[in-house]
Design a protein around this ligand. Structure first.
Ligand code: SF4
Length: 696
């Protein structure tokens, strides 16, 4: 009852890219209750994380004062007790911490500007992401700035920009209301995008045909017209076989192809070799089912394709996305109601942070750093100067350069690469080598264990600004409570640090940052701070009262002659084949109750009570052969390292697979994962590592 609370504030859930709108009920300076409200992406719904996962913001581990590593601290490592930081750090004033950080960064800059790099955050606001990339580009004159999109949908964005001219979704997920067929591939929305999944379930109840494709038998299979449980890493062979059927049976949309695409003849020719019979051996799916899927999807009037990290996190992630784009184009399924391409975004603001230019090859709105005109348009706004026209280093490349000793200083805002990077021990060793590591966060994350200076920051429910969800919907976030102690909003910390390295920054309010972004971001045309006070706006918004376009590219693509492109994809095997020593396949991901590296949800009472322990899932027959009972411990080993973890039985996992969530520091999945990269999106192959599973 509203009379039980002191205040109610509207904001946006801090976890996944669905972007559910919430009302935060506050009593005595603390958020006590969260309710879903009527945002366009959730219509009042919330999942368990949004509903119960808010109390981490009041956890006693919150950082409340700046910290400086003690001179007599033990060697850097994952060795700090979050309940007793004084063994490694001493409290400092903001003045002292900022002075030390600024002088340290300037010393490194004087020696070699490229010795400093930055990781921003998809959990911060659009304005904070924009300021962070500007800090590196203006402050150090290069583009070595990135964030976790590199570990998420970088390959999807590479393929989308290449073939349809834009990295964002072409249709909101709510467009499934107007579809009669949909594919969900490499994605487990019931656990990872639960509110979006409710729309998918409703779609099937209305008679929509749902094709679920995944090496794991994900929860959505219960609602599927076809469940296609293919071999891990065999995406291209399967998708090319499906497209081969569409070509052979002439199920494609000739008019659409002729009017809106290029390179069709080459694609058609390329697909001839990928017959269902030949590809069946690789992907493990019967030719009959491949043909059925092709006929169902091509036979629909309007079809959507949703995908997740099962598609993107492979060394052939860009090729996987190219196939999905080709499938949509050949069936005329882009640019009309109920049709389109939708990579489901992970973090709450990974879309917005990418749009805001927090990536090494692009400035805001995906404008390339290699263009002199583009850079000039930014430096004109920023007050002169220029910065490198070379694309910068990506997340894993920056870590490699830190390991090699070429990068000596890092500014890390709200990311936890000591848990989220592949081959995490390698990343941790790299961080231990840095001369200056500044970490800005709300908790002493695993990454902050290695910091020299820690700056206490704000949780989303303590912030003012905007975020953009998977649907391209821009929404306001508002502070329901103040940050604890001396913690500050992230944008204010970055502004102060910029001043300390000599940049003439002078923002009094976060709305000024938003208004600066608008000067060089056409995507924000007609989206104003004032409108966002009361509206959620989907970009592009065509005029001052347009709530925005749910579907784009109905009248052509932002590419030469307005045409989308078919880019043929060939079959590339995973980087690391199982062998006698590592005979099984490990894949990683999230589970419903925990978010990414667990720093927030494992400090949330309800969520931690439901899922308190590191676990992996194996097929019951595999467990039986090993003599392991569910609940017993197993050892997982790859060429990178070993972890010990509790085993669960899951009939939906293939017998030669193990699934490991990456939220648990005590059994960190990323100690095991393969850092091999997709050459285009530079995304690591999190979804396929050769692994040995042993009974302990
Ligand atoms: Fe939050 Fe995503 Fe759950 Fe919505 S679906 S409540 S945005 S975690």
């Amino acid at each position: 009852d509203s009379k039980d609370y002191d205040s109610e504030t509207e904001s946006v859930c801090p976890f996944c890219g669905v972007g559910c709108k919430v009302s935060l009920k506050v009593k005595d300076g603390k958020v006590k209750h969260v309710e879903g409200i009527n945002g366009p992406a959730n219509e009042g719904r919330l999942c368990v994380k949004g509903r119960f996962g808010f109390d981490y913001i009041h956890h006693p581990h919150r950082l409340t004062k700046p910290l400086i590593r003690r001179d007599d601290a033990p060697a850097k490592g994952l060795n700090v007790d979050p309940g007793n930081l004084s063994t490694h750090f001493r409290e400092a004033t903001w003045e002292e911490a900022m002075d030390l950080a600024g002088k340290g960064l300037m010393k490194l800059r004087d020696e070699d500007p490229k010795s400093v790099a930055g990781f921003g955050s998809a959990k911060c606001t659009n304005e904070e992401a924009y300021l962070f990339q500007k800090f590196i580009r203006q402050g150090f004159k290069h583009n070595n700035v990135d964030h976790c999109t590199r570990l998420c949908h970088a390959s999807s964005v590479a393929a989308l920009i290449e073939n349809v001219g834009s990295g964002a979704v072409t249709a909101t997920f709510n467009e499934i209301e107007n579809a009669d067929v949909a594919i969900v591939i490499g994605s487990n929305p019931i656990e990872n995008h639960p509110v979006a999944a409710t729309y998918f379930k409703q779609f099937t109840k209305r008679g929509g045909k749902l094709i679920v494709m995944d090496p794991r038998g994900v929860g959505l299979r219960r609602f599927a017209t076809e469940m296609v449980q293919f071999r891990p890493g065999a995406d291209v062979s399967m998708l090319n076989a499906i497209m081969n059927v569409i070509v052979e049976e002439e199920l494609y949309d000739s008019q659409y192809i002729q009017r809106w695409t290029e390179n069709w003849e080459a694609e058609k020719e390329h697909l001839k070799q990928f017959t269902p019979e030949k590809m069946s051996e690789i992907c493990g799916i019967e030719p009959d089912q491949l043909r059925r899927v092709a006929r169902i999807f091509a036979g629909g009037n309007a079809g959507l394709i949703f995908w997740g990290m099962g598609i993107s996190q492979h060394i052939h992630g860009t090729d996987n996305s190219r196939c999905l784009i080709s499938l949509a184009l050949m069936t005329g399924n882009v640019g009309k109601p109920g049709a389109g391409l939708h990579p489901l975004r992970g973090q709450n603001n990974v879309q917005g942070a990418s749009d805001a230019g927090l990536i090494p090859m692009f400035l805001p709105d995906y404008q390339t750093v290699t263009s002199d005109d583009v850079r000039k348009s930014f430096t004109d706004v920023w007050g002169g100067g220029d910065f490198s026209n070379e694309k910068g280093l990506t997340v894993t490349e920056i870590v490699d350069q830190a390991y090699a000793g070429n990068i000596k200083g890092m500014y890390i805002q709200g990311e936890n690469p000591a848990m989220s990077d592949p081959d995490a021990d390698h990343a941790r060793e790299a961080f231990a080598k840095l001369e200056l590591m500044i970490v800005q966060d709300i908790f002493l994350t695993e990454t902050a264990n290695y910091a020299d200076i820690i700056l206490p920051a704000s949780a989303l429910y303590e912030k003012n600004g905007t975020v953009s969800n998977t649907n391209r919907q821009v929404q306001r976030v508002r502070p329901a409570v103040a940050p604890p102690g001396e913690a500050r909003e992230d944008w204010k910390v970055t502004v102060e640090l910029a001043r300390r390295i000599g940049l003439p920054w002078d923002y009094k309010d976060v709305s000024e940052v938003f208004n600066e972004m608008k000067l060089n971001m056409k995507s924000l045309n007609n989206i104003t701070w004032e409108r966002l006070e009361t509206e959620t706006i989907t970009y592009p918004s065509l005029h001052e009262t347009d709530p925005g376009q749910a579907i784009v590219f109905g009248d052509g693509f932002p590419r030469p002659e307005g045409r989308a492109r078919f880019t043929p994809a060939s079959v590339i095997p995973p980087d690391e084949a199982p062998d006698a020593e590592y005979p099984m396949i490990m894949t990683t991901g999230r589970q419903l109750e925990h978010w990414h590296t667990g720093s927030m949800t494992r400090r949330s009472l309800v969520l931690d009570a439901v899922e308190p322990e590191a676990n992996c899932s194996l097929n019951p027959r595999t467990l039986k052969l090993m003599g392991v009972e569910p609940g017993e411990m197993v050892r997982l080993s790859t060429r990178r390292g070993s972890i010990e973890i509790m085993a669960r039985a899951d009939r939906a996992i293939a017998e030669d697979m193990v699934f490991v969530p990456f939220a648990y520091v005590e059994a960190a999945a990323n100690i095991l994962t393969n850092p091999a990269l997709d050459p285009y999106g530079k995304i690591p192959e999190f979804k396929f590592s050769a692994v040995k599973v042993e009974k302990i």
